[in-house]
Design a protein around this ligand. Structure first.
Ligand SMILES: [Mn+2]
Length: 438
């Protein structure tokens, strides 16, 4: 047995939004793993197992640990069970409250008042720090908790953070680089100016690619709850040696993973073999993702058929069937279901050739070709200008407004992506009609 002091390396496990009390959406009814086994609670149990198994000195929780006050009993029980197990294994738990658990986390802290292993940092919206010592290393954690559900000013405004002589990390639930937000808006330059050695953030569910040399960013949610939260999810293992951060690594232990798979069907010769063709691509994808182990129990897959094919007429219908049946398969002991499937394919005829036709198909092919023209092309510019104006008038989503105000390049990329998608779908339909007409 290794002792906690062996190797002179301190390990810390950092955990983003858990949302205990929530269940993942869109799991098929007859799926072998039920939503409960794929829940944030299951991911939290695995995180506790990992922390104990790896003998970490501390587990950091970056807020939104519990979904809401109405999940108090269930969420509270799951959190407390984990904290008790960690405490018994002499692992400290240091948490800040986010906008979802503004009341419930302080309540837990009071219930655990006799439990020195649990620390709620920054209660009442005041910065506090806490020192962890293990393996001859010292790390100071500076944290701030939401004092109420909505906070529209920066938690760093007017604050002076006291760093230790040792490695000092910030733990904060906030809305990074959003000037106007009710969820503790913070600008990157404020974090940079605070003089700490790194920042571990909660709130946004998509993790950043965190690196030890400039550690700053979102940990991401512990477990993806819907298809929008695709990609690897899990806690982050940090090692500290000689007063410096060593490794910073995401451990993808969430039991459920959402994935997107683009399948080029150009090589498909027989539409009757599409299921086998897709399964083969899924196996390749599985092998490339989970070669090193640590795979999830279940994968919800969003499939997109792409490429140039003879089966422009058949594939959209086939995609619809696959999605409607939530088709399931087992690969390397993992249960897959197809959450969504769509076809964005083109006929084998070149767009340039189609564009010479004097009909709607030719007109559409011409527009799609414009998207690939150089930026300076006046016709391309005119197309994008019209499309941007029409998207702006139809879309009133807040994310669209943010993009509009912040980033012209990103807006243009999104307009192009939308045009390509709607254009390709329309081309599919027109081509299929033409084929049906004989
Ligand atoms: Mn949040």
């Amino acid at each position: 047995m290794e002792s906690k002091d062996s190797g002179r390396v301190m390990k810390i496990l950092a955990v983003g939004d858990i949302h205990l009390g929530r269940l993942p959406s869109r799991i098929p009814e007859d799926f072998p793993c039920q939503a409960r086994e794929l829940s944030p609670e299951a991911a939290w149990r695995r995180t506790v197992d990992l922390a104990i198994g790896e003998q970490v000195a501390a587990v950091l929780l970056a807020g939104d640990v519990i979904e809401s006050e109405k999940d108090f009993f269930e969420g509270y029980r799951a959190l407390k069970q984990g904290v008790d197990r960690l405490a018994n294994a002499e692992v400290q738990v240091i948490a800040v409250a986010g906008n979802h658990d503004v009341e419930v986390l302080p309540r837990l802290a009071r219930a655990l008042a006799d439990q020195p292993a649990f620390t709620l940092l920054g209660e009442g919206g005041k910065w506090h720090s806490h020192r962890i010592e293990a393996s001859g290393e010292q790390v100071t954690i500076c944290g701030w908790s939401f004092p109420r559900r909505r906070v529209s000013n920066s938690p760093l405004a007017g604050a002076t953070l006291e760093r230790g002589a040792d490695l000092t990390l910030g733990l904060l639930h906030c809305d990074l680089d959003q000037r106007r937000s009710d969820y503790a808006p913070v600008m990157q330059r404020e974090l940079d100016a605070a003089g700490l050695d790194g920042w571990l953030l909660g709130h946004v569910h998509k993790p950043h690619e965190l690196k030890p040399d400039s550690l700053c960013g979102y940990l991401g949610c512990l477990s993806g709850m819907d298809p929008g939260e695709h990609g690897a999810r899990g806690p982050w293992m940090l090692t500290v040696a000689g007063g410096f951060l060593g490794q910073v690594e995401q451990i993808p232990i969430a039991p459920l993973r959402w994935e997107r798979l683009s399948v080029d069907v150009g090589e498909l010769d027989d539409i009757g073999e599409i299921d086998e063709f897709l399964l083969e691509k899924m196996k390749q994808h599985d092998a490339s993702l989970f070669a090193s182990g640590n795979g999830p129990d279940a994968v919800g897959l969003r499939v997109q058929f792409t490429g140039q094919t003879r089966f422009v007429r058949e594939l959209p219908q086939k995609a619809g069937e696959l999605a409607e049946n939530a088709s399931q398969s087992e690969i390397s002991g993992r249960h897959y279901f197809i959450e969504h499937c769509e076809a964005l394919v083109r006929p084998r005829t070149d767009l340039a050739e189609l564009a010479t036709r004097n009909d709607p198909l030719g007109l559409l092919a011409g527009k799609l070709l414009l998207l690939d023209q150089p930026q300076a092309d006046p016709e391309r510019q005119a197309l994008l200008k019209d499309a941007t104006a029409s998207f702006r008038s139809t879309l009133n989503e807040s994310r669209w407004r943010d993009i509009e105000s912040n980033d012209e390049e990103l807006l243009e990329a999104q307009v192009i992506e939308r045009l390509r998608r709607t254009g390709t779908t329309a081309l599919q339909t027109l081509w299929a009609q033409r084929e049906s007409a004989g």
